[in-house]
Design a protein around this ligand. Structure first.
Ligand code: HEM
Ligand SMILES: *[C@@H]1O[C@H](CO)[C@@H](O)[C@H](O)[C@H]1NC(C)=O
Ligand SMILES: *[C@@H]1O[C@H](CO)[C@@H](O)[C@H](O)[C@H]1NC(C)=O
Length: 326
């Protein structure tokens, strides 16, 4: 200390700050105002497309929210889920968790084509997916939040990564759910709050058949009712749909958690969140307070949107969301 003059200390402090900012730059580049100069009409444009799509089919809001989750959990939020298969790679669309299941690509493409019309070559598909997820929740009556932007699009996609279990299956144990979220930097609380996304949307019979016929932590009249549209001989009715939230499947609210307390979770992975384990108390808290649920859900959505984005000069801004630029 005795040897540093006040002015050299100022230099040292700013040098340390500079190095710190440099080191941090790969993870700190998303920002809520990323396109405010380069595409000021982006958010209004996206919202009008989402509003229209959801007015035509309420379920589309659920599908768009899930698309962001499945994008982010496989190699980060990089738009990889949107890529069609090519001769050089098999993409994520037909991987187990996605095949005949993820939806909403046309809405993303519609937003992209409108946005290309007003600010060509500027906005990534990965960001459009994040914005559409936020708008969907809001349009279905849920909370809203500021979406961080500045992700770039991947130049490839991976069938094997999407199939590797990074997206947990509905047969998961509670430990597996916790571990899969932890692997991408999300806490147990984030996991329980994000599972509240199952307050909207539908699931196929083949994914809840075992639960409604063979599990014991299920309300018996609920199980009987679901059995009516999901027959036992497996194969028949596999694609029949049931709402994830029996009470209000097209409204984003906290009914999902009340269902779990009443043993009316549709998926095994839903009910396991309230089954005598470590997450029971969070489920009870969210069932009692939609404010707490909303604030934990929105915070967790921002965290999920931060998973390994491509920033700076990595990746590209695709011209079409379903293929890489040539
Ligand atoms: C905790 C682990 C999770 C598991 C095991 C899981 C599993 C599932 C399954 C099996 C389906 C039905 C798929 C089908 O029938 O084809 C589904 C649907 C859905 N999931 Fe999840 N999910 C999880 C977390 C999430 C998260 C974090 C979100 C979003 C933040 C989300 C949003 C949705 C939505 C909105 C639907 C309905 C989609 C539609 O109707 O098109 N899920 N999920
Ligand atoms: C995806 O689903 C289609 C239609 O059911 C099926 O023919 C195809 O084999 C599935 N793809 C994979 C990779 O499982
Ligand atoms: C329920 O369990 C029995 C006995 O283990 C099994 O044979 C049957 O396939 C299961 N049913 C479903 C729908 O998983």
């Amino acid at each position: 200390m005795a040897s540093s003059s006040p002015s050299s200390m100022v230099i040292n402090v700013s040098f340390v700050l500079f190095v710190f900012l440099l080191m941090n730059s790969s993870s700190a580049q998303l920002s809520t105002n990323f396109y405010s100069k380069t595409c000021p009409k982006l958010l209004d444009t996206a919202k009008s497309v989402v509003k229209y799509a959801v007015s035509k089919e309420r379920r589309m809001g659920a599908s768009l929210l899930r698309l962001h989750f499945h994008d982010c959990f496989v190699n980060g939020c990089d738009g990889s889920i949107l890529l069609d298969d090519t001769s050089s790679f098999t993409g994520e669309k037909t991987a187990g968790p996605n095949n005949n299941s993820v939806r909403g690509f046309n809405v993303i493409n519609d937003i992209k084509s409108k946005v290309e019309g007003i600010c060509p070559g500027v906005v990534s598909c990965a960001d459009i997916v994040a914005i559409a997820a936020r708008d969907s929740v809001e349009v279905l009556g849920g909370p809203t939040w500021e979406v961080k932007l500045g992700r770039r699009d991947s130049k490839t996609a991976s069938f094997s990564a999407a199939n590797s279990g990074v997206i947990p299956p509905p047969s998961s144990t509670l430990d597996n759910l916790i571990n899969r979220f932890q692997a991408v930097g999300l806490s147990t609380k984030d996991m329980v709050a994000l599972s509240g996304a199952h307050t909207i949307g539908q699931a196929r019979c083949l994914l809840f058949r075992t639960r409604i016929y063979n599990e014991t932590n299920i309300d018996s009249s609920f199980a009987k009712k679901k059995q009516g549209s999901c027959p036992f001989p497996s194969g028949s009715g596999d694609n029949n749909l049931a709402p994830l939230d029996l009470e209000s499947p097209t409204v984003f609210d906290n009914e999902y958690y009340k269902n779990l307390i009443n043993q009316k979770g549709l998926l095994h992975s839903d009910q396991i969140l309230h089954n005598g384990g470590s997450t029971d108390s969070l489920v009870e808290k969210y069932s009692q307070s939609s404010n707490t649920f909303n604030s934990d859900f929105t915070a967790a959505m921002v965290k999920m949107g931060d998973i390994s984005p491509l920033t700076g000069s990595k990746g590209e801004i695709r011209k079409k969301c379903w293929k890489v630029n040539s």
